[in-house]
Design a protein around this ligand. Structure first.
Ligand code: NAD
Length: 483
């Protein structure tokens, strides 16, 4: 088991143990046991944190990018050195198996800290010559950025928001999901140990109302949310009232199209990664798997064979490769969708059984003969439920794939290179894959179109979302005024 953290929050470079807010019990999803109890931030603590963060930001923005980057890169090294302990904590916080957390969470957070640490020293404006006059631009920080996280990747989400924000000279207040509040505290500890001055990365716990208080505070300049589309609508609207910058990383119902010339094992592997990694709790999952009619039965047979080898069990045993869902509520939601799939006439090929044991367990489910109008083909489930739909015609499958309000990701499996690029170009999605699924290297922009998001995380593109340009006109001659 893990130790109760020394405080619920991390503010001004130290833990704060304030018990005035509502209790926030933290459950280990594999057993349902309460492993720690934290407390929501109070309005007073929110106010103090904003004041401290804004004060700290001034000095931070005056440092050189190279100095800021050095601290981020040091934090990346510490994260990598502690990967095992951080992964164990991530497994307790989320229930994801250690076989995943060892390679996908602190490591991905460290990548972001290293990448943006490396970029920090090269962030510049530009010089624009206009005859003998000239304009120069200064790339300036936004000020105070608020990050709000979902529960599926608590370490990664904290780092994906903190790293570019800090590299650009901003201060950050991060509110983790109330389901997984532990990991971001470790990120804060590590940043301070790496030399980050106090007050620049703060963690405040709480439910939606704490997030809302941060979003509406006029002293906050930017909000970056990772969450569902309904929450995104509320947070975007609240941020718009204050004309704040936003990044919205929201939900999806992404298409994965398998053509008849695809390598079936690769396509099945992509569909498994895109539906069952992290027990299906991944925003970019390709949950609408369109399989060409000619290969559908072969695809389903191979998929079922491979799913039979999934190992459900103690998430801390490194042989386990499929864990529980994060909460009883999420399990209930997923069970509801499985019942709806069956009621609406889809064929449950395998899985969908709840395990009769403590914790929030359900086996990976595959539905075949799914049609576009069925609920399981339209709504984001955020659990291990794959919908397999048939198709025969390229143009038709593109139209069907795009017939959704979401637009986070899309994938194509085909051996025909021209077709791969032609189809991907027409799919309305921000993060796409050809003969692969769900890769998210820090070097590549990540984010959605349509209702799935606004802005991009990772890559150089994130810099534009955490900084602003000041343009300065310099006149070399005399000023000519009309009177
Ligand atoms: P959620 O929308 O319920 O909550 C997300 C966060 O928003 C939580 O921290 C919550 O406390 C906070 N929140 C809720 N109401 C708020 C309000 N009014 N103001 C401010 N903050 C508020 O999402 P979830 O259930 O935690 O996560 C699952 C969702 O997140 C899925 O839809 C998934 O697709 C999405 N997600 C997206 C990405 C991405 O990068 N695009 C990554 C992971 C998860």
């Amino acid at each position: 088991m893990i130790a109760q953290p020394p405080g619920s929050h991390f503010v001004g470079g130290a833990y704060i143990d304030c018990h005035e807010g509502a209790p926030l019990p933290v459950q280990y999803p594999a057993t349902g046991e309460v492993i720690a109890t934290l407390h929501d931030a109070t309005p007073d603590l929110i106010d103090q944190t904003i004041t401290a963060a804004r004060a700290a930001q001034v000095g931070w923005s005056e440092m050189t990018g190279t100095e800021r980057g050095r601290i981020l890169r040091r934090a990346a090294d510490i994260m990598r050195d502690r990967n095992h302990d951080l992964s164990v904590l991530e497994t307790y916080d989320t229930g994801k198996p250690l076989s995943e957390t060892l390679v996908a969470d602190a490591t991905s957070g460290a990548d972001a800290l290293e990448y943006f640490g490396g970029l920090a020293g090269s962030l510049t404006g530009e010089h624009i010559q206009l005859g003998e006059d000239w304009v120069y631009t200064r790339r300036e920080p936004l000020g105070l950025c608020v990050g709000i996280g979902a529960w599926n990747y608590p370490t990664q989400i904290a780092c994906w928001k903190a790293a570019p924000a800090l590299a650009c000279g901003n201060a950050v207040i991060f509110k983790p999901s109330e389901e997984t509040p532990l990991c971001a505290l470790k990120v804060a500890e590590i940043l301070v140990e790496a030399g980050l001055p106090a007050g620049l990365f703060n963690v405040l716990q709480g439910r939606g109302d704490v997030g809302a208080a941060l979003v509406t505070d006029p002293r906050v300049n930017k909000v970056s949310l990772t969450g569902s589309v309904p929450t995104g609508r509320k947070v975007y609207a609240a941020a718009a009232a204050g004309l704040k910058h936003v990044t919205m990383e929201l939900g999806g119902k992404s298409p994965l199209i398998v053509f008849d010339d695809a390598d079936i094992d690769d396509a099945v592997g992509g569909a498994i990664l895109g539906n069952f990694y992290s027990s299906g709790q991944v925003c970019s999952n390709g949950t609408r798997v369109f399989v060409h009619k000619v290969i559908k039965e072969a695809f389903l047979t191979r998929l079922t064979e491979r799913l039979a080898t999934a190992i459900l069990g103690d998430p801390h045993n490194e042989a386990t490769n499929f864990g529980p869902l994060v909460s009883a509520r999420q399990l209930e939601i997923v069970q509801g969708y499985i019942a709806k799939g069956q009621a609406e006439g889809a064929r449950l090929v395998t899985g969908g059984e709840t395990l009769d044991q403590p914790g929030h367990w359900i086996t990976p489910a595959v539905f075949a003969d799914v049609t576009d109008d069925m609920t399981i083909a339209r709504e984001e489930i955020f659990g291990p439920v794959m919908a397999v739909l048939d198709f025969e015609d390229e143009e038709d499958v593109i139209t069907r794939a795009n017939a959704t309000e979401f637009g986070l990701s899309a994938g194509v499996f085909t051996r025909d290179l021209k077709r791969g690029h032609r189809v991907i170009a027409q799919l309305q999605a921000g993060s796409c894959f050809i003969n692969s699924y769900n890769d998210a290297p820090v070097e590549a922009p990540f984010g959605g179109v349509k209702s799935s998001g606004v802005g991009r995380e990772n890559s150089k593109a994130a810099i534009d979302h955490y900084s602003q340009l000041k343009s300065v006109y310099v006149r070399m001659g005399h000023v000519e005024a009309p009177f």
